[in-house]
Design a protein around this ligand. Structure first.
Ligand code: F6R
Length: 261
């Protein structure tokens, strides 16, 4: 687990986009796991810029999104299908058949969830999974108490998540109560995980995830068990961490380490 602290949101976005670009440049048919919400907007903007200005090629890339609201059709402005199209897919050269976002309107959720898991496997697994974190410590929509071995399924959103996400809807009652989401176990099978967080509202969840014992009460804490997980944090999100000097030391010394480390 690696902790990278940055002064600004812009720096988080650029540094995390660099990780994505390296993976895509080294493996043109890479499989990317994507998140929605406010946090990855800068990352997607930077990826779109890299495509336009540096020729970053997504023509063979496949993507899998973490989650979708139950009941929202792909053309609903608050659906995650719509979000991804508007904020990333329409700005890059990705093939529509290579894009996967869970269905919020399938007639058979159980069958869809099974298919989604199988499709990830069929595509060779996820090379890089992008994650945000909820103020209740969730990754994807794995709310407190979610099994740490869970797979793609329907979850009931916590009241805290509904309140947090109400900012995107006209009123709180419009926020869907259920979501279809990759499980913690699904996320953990990705070969690399990057979790982005900005702002002080995320500071308690970040401290729980990094410095408290692994617990289903903060599903992001499972990143402690992943061999290649990196947190990209601004100073506010990192504000409740106790070992700040240590993380700064490690980050500063990393460039000098032998490359096989
Ligand atoms: C979204 C997702 C969620 C968000 C989290 C943070 O696809 O999986 O876990 O990453 O709720 O959302 P923001 O970035 O809006 O604070």
């Amino acid at each position: 687990m690696e902790i990278q602290r940055y002064k600004t949101y812009d720096e988080i976005s650029k540094a995390s986009a660099q990780v994505g670009a390296e993976i895509v440049n080294n493996k043109p048919n890479a499989v990317l796991g994507l998140a929605t919400g406010s946090t990855p907007l800068g990352l997607y903007k930077e990826m779109a810029r890299m495509h336009k200005e540096d020729g970053l090629d997504f023509s063979h890339v496949k993507t899998f999104n973490l989650d979708e609201y139950v009941g929202l059709s792909p053309d609903h402005p608050q659906s995650y299908h719509y979000f991804m199209h508007e904020n990333l897919f329409k700005h890059i050269n990705i093939e529509p058949q290579n894009v996967h976002v869970p269905s919020g309107t399938t007639k058979n959720y159980q069958a869809f969830c099974k298919w989604y898991e199988e499709r990830i496997e069929e595509c060779g697994g996820i090379d890089l999974q992008v994650l945000g974190i909820g103020s209740d410590g969730h990754i994807a929509f794995n709310e407190p108490g979610s099994s740490l071995g869970s797979r793609t399924r329907i979850k009931t959103l916590s009241k805290q998540t509904i309140d947090d996400n109400a900012r995107f809807f006209e009123k709180t009652e419009d926020v869907p109560i259920y979501a279809i989401t990759m499980g913690v176990g699904t996320v953990m099978e990705a070969r690399n995980l990057i979790l982005l967080a900005e702002g002080e509202s995320k500071a308690p969840a970040i401290a729980d995830a990094i410095e408290s014992p692994v617990s289903s009460m903060c599903t992001a804490s499972i990143l402690q068990l992943h061999p290649f997980s990196t947190f990209f944090l601004d100073e506010k999100a990192a504000g409740n961490l106790k070992m700040t000097e240590y993380y700064k030391w490690i980050q500063a010394k990393k460039p000098g380490a032998p490359s096989s480390c």
